[in-house]
Design a protein around this ligand. Sequence first.
Ligand SMILES: Cc1cc2nc3c(=O)[nH]c(=O)nc-3n(C[C@H](O)[C@H](O)[C@H](O)COP(=O)(O)OP(=O)(O)OC[C@H]3O[C@@H](n4cnc5c(N)ncnc54)[C@H](O)[C@@H]3O)c2cc1C
Length: 393
Amino acid sequence: MAAQERTQVGIIGAGPAGLLLARLLKLHGIDSVILEARTRDYVEARVRAGVLEQGTVGLLEEAGVAERLHRDGLVHNGVEIAANGQRLRIDFRALTDKTVTVYGQTEVTRDLIAARLAGDGPIVWKAADVAIHGIESDRPRLGYRLAGVEHTLICDFVAGCDGFHGVSRPSLPAALGQTFERTYPFGWLGILADVPPCSDELIYASHPRGFALASMRSPTRSRYYIQCSLDEKIEEWPDARIWDELKLRLGSEPVPDITTGPSIEKSIAPLRSFVSTPMQHGRLFLTGDAAHIVPPTGAKGLNLAASDVHYLCRALVAHYGKGNDDLLNGYSNTALARVWKAERFSWWMTMLLHRLHPETSFEAQMQRAELDYLASSQAAQTVLAENYVGLPF
Ligand SMILES: Cc1cc2nc3c(=O)[nH]c(=O)nc-3n(C[C@H](O)[C@H](O)[C@H](O)COP(=O)(O)OP(=O)(O)OC[C@H]3O[C@@H](n4cnc5c(N)ncnc54)[C@H](O)[C@@H]3O)c2cc1C
């Protein structure tokens, strides 16, 4: 048996992009249905980003889901860069009058799901084999299967918010688009543990043994990363080995006091820069990781998803409210202008802090000069701070 439904905006993916878009649209009186391939439990448990730019916090406030964020989030006025045995503090507040907030992506997702399910509209969990049809018509359709029953969702617009491995990007005609990609010859091994963080602020370490990052999700939950090779196996990294390595790499003066404990999550992720252009065709619009990926060094992935959603929501509101499609037609160009700047910053932070091979290479000498310049120039520190807290929307 086939079932047919109708909505204004069909949203594929209940990650931060899809959920935030649905919420903002609802506040403007625009209906949507979210189709999500996974279960609610799976989506709510996925450990990922943790640093929110000031603009992202503003959007979550606008969406009316910032109460817990303001209660439990940790406002950070700066970060530290550990290199050459010393720690350099980049003071965001003094340099830009802005801050970032540490609040886990899992919490952002939970807040948005709770708001959605409190009356905003449906999330179809476990929607299988989502397929996009008719994006060049004014009635695109989403086909999917739920518990063995075929469904068709008829929409005015489709928002592809289904991440890097979703169906939306491959649904754009390949001949019209272009992709840009940089892979890096290293990955990040991450550990999450219920121990207090070793510092009040994040510490990014450039060390001869490789990059390390001391981050956190709350005053009692720490998130650490170390640079690793791409063929590393997680089974070869018992917790004790990770803690020992972190202590070596984060050992710049003043040496942080690292509290160790059993891991509650451990994973290895490759690093990648990727942009697919254009981010729209016909009635299909891509947002977030569906269109672009950044290496996590600059903490930009989730924040870019939020700024795309801001531009797309504004454009749909102009379409429904004023019958004006200028913003919709310009969506890809507007979003990409900000995306490329975040791509640049994320690539630059990655090349600044990771161990590069061979150490006699030109790139490795450039890295030393960059770190030296950063330590000696307030202008250089301001550039880092301005990008880290987030460029304006
Ligand atoms: C290990 C790791 C660490 C990270 N750290 C940071 C960080 O510190 N700071 C930062 O800003 N960013 C970080 N990121 C990036 C950040 O998590 C992503 O940029 C962010 O999740 C993008 O949100 P999104 O909604 O676009 O995509 P996603 O979060 O990937 O959501 C896409 C959703 O679509 C669903 N989906 C996929 N395919 C289909 C389909 N065919 N049908 C229906 N649904 C589908 C998925 O199940 C998922 O729920 C990190 C990412 C990883 C993997």
